[in-house]
Design a protein around this ligand. Structure first.
Ligand code: SF4
Length: 375
C-alpha cells in the first residue's frame, strides 16, 4: 500500500473514508492555508462527527428537507435512463444527441469500492473518447479523482457526463429554482464552482488517456426546477473563470507531506465507535490530537467547514477570529488584547509595531471623540 494512504488511514481510524465531492473541494479551496482541514479532508475524516465529539456540533449544512427535495428532483430527471434530461438537452440546448446508452457507475457488478469504480469510469470514458461515432453515452455517477496537495482525492459526483459533438459535457442537477429565467446568484455561482471541479477532474482523467483537455467542454449543463413546478430546465454555464480560480487556489494548498512531517507518529482522530455506533473517544484526548495541527480560522469557516465552532472557540482572542481583512489590516498583531493595549496606549509597541500602534491610537482617539460628542 502507498505509505501516504496508509498514514492517512491510520489518522482516520477504523471507519470508512468519506469521499470528497465538488462542494467539499470548493470549500477546501476557500481556505487554502488551513492545514487542519487539508489533513482531515485528505484522510477522509468525518469532521462533523469529530466536531460533535469535541462538544462543538456543526451548525451548517443542507437541511434534511433540502436534501430530500434535491434527491427527489435528481431521481425525476434521471428516471427511465435520463429520458427527461435527454429531451431537455435536445430541445432547449439544441444538442444533437441520438438515442443513447446509459451507464450507471455507482457500482461495478455489486462492488462499490472507489478504486474499482474509478477504473471502470476510466475504461468507459477511454472507450467513448476513442469512439468516432460519437456514441452519446450518458455516464451516471462516474467516480473521478483529482490531485490535491500531493494526494489523490476521489470525487463522489452526483452528475451525469455525456458525450456529444466530440465533446464531453458535465451535467449538474440542482434543486434550487429558476424563476422567470433568474436563479439565486449565490447558488448559481456555487454550482458553477462545483461543476468546474468536475470539469477539471474529467480533464485530468482524459489527459492521462492522451486526449486534449478541451475534450471536456468548459460549458456545463445546469439543470434546475423551473418556476414553482418541478419541471426541469437546462442552462449552459461557462465555467472558464471558475477553472482559473480553482487552479490557482489548488496550487496554494499546503502540501500534505509538509503537514504530515510535523505531526507525531501515532496521531489519530479515531472516534472509537462501540457496538452501538456511539463514539467513545475521550473529548480531551481528541481535542489534543486536533489541536496538534495548525488551523487558520476566519469567520468564513462558519459557512464552509464542520469544524468551525471548535476552531472559533480555539481562536478566541486572536485577530484572525475577526476575519482576514481585519487580520491583514492589523499587520501581524495577533491578539485582540494587544490591539486594545496599543490603541489605548497601555502597551508599548514592540519592534515593527510602531506604525500600526500609531494608527490604532488615532482610531481610538476618533472613537472616543465621537462617543463624547454623542454623550
Ligand atoms: S473551521 Fe477550522 S479546520 Fe475548518 S477551515 Fe476553518 S480553521 Fe480550518
Amino acid at each position: 500500500m502507498d505509505p501516504l494512504v496508509d498514514r492517512l488511514d491510520r489518522i482516520r481510524g477504523t471507519v470508512a473514508p468519506r469521499n470528497h465531492n465538488a462542494r467539499t473541494i470548493a470549500a477546501l479551496t476557500s481556505n487554502p492555508g488551513c492545514g487542519r482541514r487539508g489533513l482531515m479532508d485528505a484522510a477522509g475524516v468525518n469532521k462533523g462527527a469529530v466536531a460533535g465529539q469535541l462538544g462543538f456540533p456543526a451548525g451548517f449544512g443542507q437541511s434534511r428537507f433540502a436534501i430530500a427535495r434535491g434527491n427527489a428532483f435528481e431521481a425525476q430527471v434521471k428516471a427511465d435512463g435520463a429520458a427527461e434530461l435527454l429531451q431537455l438537452l435536445r430541445e432547449r440546448l439544441g444538442l444533437a444527441i441520438p438515442e443513447v446508452a446509459y451507464d450507471d457507475l455507482s457500482n461495478v457488478g455489486g462492488n462499490a469500492s472507489r478504486e474499482v469504480r474509478y477504473a471502470r469510469t476510466k475504461a468507459l470514458l477511454a472507450r467513448a473518447a476513442s469512439d468516432r461515432d460519437d456514441a452519446g453515452t450518458l455516464f451516471d455517477h462516474p467516480m473521478l479523482r483529482l490531485e490535491i496537495a500531493g494526494y489523490y482525492a476521489y470525487l463522489e459526483p452526483d452528475l451525469i457526463a455525456f458525450r456529444a459533438g466530440g465533446k464531453f459535457h458535465v451535467v449538474e442537477i440542482k434543486s434550487f429554482a429558476v424563476i422567470d429565467g433568474q436563479a439565486d446568484p449565490g447558488k448559481t455561482a456555487a454550482a458553477a464552482t462545483q461543476s468546474a471541479v468536475y470539469v477539471m477532474a474529467m480533464r485530468e482523467l482524459l489527459a492521462e488517456l492522451g486526449h486534449p483537455p478541451e475534450t471536456v467542454s468548459h460549458e456545463v449543463v445546469l439543470v434546475c426546477p423551473e418556476n414553482f413546478a418541478n419541471r426541469p430546465t437546462a442552462t449552459l454555464v461557462d465555467v472558464r473563470k471558475q477553472l482559473t480560480v480553482l487552479r490557482r487556489q489548488l496550487s496554494r494548498l499546503t502540501r500534505l507531506e509538509a503537514i504530515l512531517d510535523a505531526l507525531p507518529a501515532g496521531l489519530s482522530f479515531d472516534l472509537a465507535y462501540d457496538a452501538d455506533q456511539q463514539p467513545t473517544r475521550p473529548a480531551d484526548e481528541l481535542r489534543k490530537a486536533v489541536s496538534t495541527i495548525d488551523a487558520r480560522y476566519s469567520p468564513d469557516c462558519l459557512g464552509t467547514c464542520e469544524m468551525a465552532f471548535f476552531c472559533r472557540d480555539e481562536a478566541a482572542g486572536s485577530t484572525s477570529a475577526l476575519g482576514r481583512s481585519v487580520r491583514d489590516d492589523l499587520g501581524g498583531v495577533e491578539s485582540i488584547g494587544t490591539v486594545l493595549g496599543l490603541a489605548r496606549g497601555t502597551l508599548t509597541p514592540g519592534a515593527g509595531q510602531e506604525e500600526i500602534a500609531g494608527l490604532l491610537r488615532f482610531a481610538h482617539k476618533l472613537r472616543t471623540e465621537c462617543l463624547d460628542g454623542i454623550g
